[in-house]
Design a protein around this ligand. Sequence first.
Ligand code: ZN
Length: 311
Amino acid sequence: MLAQRTLKSVTRAVGVGVHSGRKVELTLHPAPADSGIVFRRVDLALPVDIPARAEMVSDTRMASTISAGGDPGAPKVQTIEHFMSACAGLGIDNLRVDLDADEMPILDGSAAAFCFLLQSAGIVLQDAPKRFLRVTKTVEVRQGIGNQLMWARLSPHNGYTLTFEIGFNHPAVDATGQHVSFDMGTGRYKRDIARARTFGFTKDVDVMRARGLTLGGSMDNAIVVDDNRVLNADGLRYDDEFVKHKILDAIGDLHIAGHPLLASYTAFKSGHALNNKLLRKLLSDKQAWEIVTFEDESKAPAGFAELAPAW
Ligand SMILES: [Zn+2]
């Protein structure tokens, strides 16, 4: 049986929220089979649980934010996408995530530190079959026209592949690869995707800070680009780190489906908002997906049955 996974032991991390700038302590707990990934705000007088599910997403302007009941005025957790991406990359199905503030720590701006944290706690198999969400019909969302056009699509595929193209017209980004494809079944998530950091342009910083965003952002947790070049002294971690981070984000945004996907995802300039719209469109069409399990591991798509380093 291809089984669900959770953590072996409790683990902790402390960091700062990239938008709020606030310090946050994170405690990851093992969770029962079929419980999914559930965030818990333990700083509130009465702790509030917020399951990582598509309908709980309440804000996607700069990051993916979930709120209790999907109500923007209810207790929330901001910037969950890099953590969710690490969970998807390591094939983790069930987890309780306690935090004492309303934003996940940004750590180094990638998913690598979350992968390290999860793997350090140990990953165990549970006595229940892993429930995949298999896409059975192509679903697409589009937005804008001309230079503003962006789209994202999920199509049936026996495995999980992602293809992303960005179209930044910027000297520092033009020189890097702006198109990348990644196959989860290769088990190379941690090596090829997880280390890609979020990025920001200095020209946007003042505007975002005026809106109370990126208060915790710095060159320690982002690639910072001015009008011409990357300002980080050590440069890029991958030649195509920008587009790889967009794949990392998409993996996290799509893991909010509540199950690992079996699908081919293709996107052009998509972001958190469009990824969530795509997920909601998919889930609202009962003809477009089904839940599948693999009692016989040999019937699972190639690479999905191996425990480490991914899936
Ligand atoms: Zn990101």
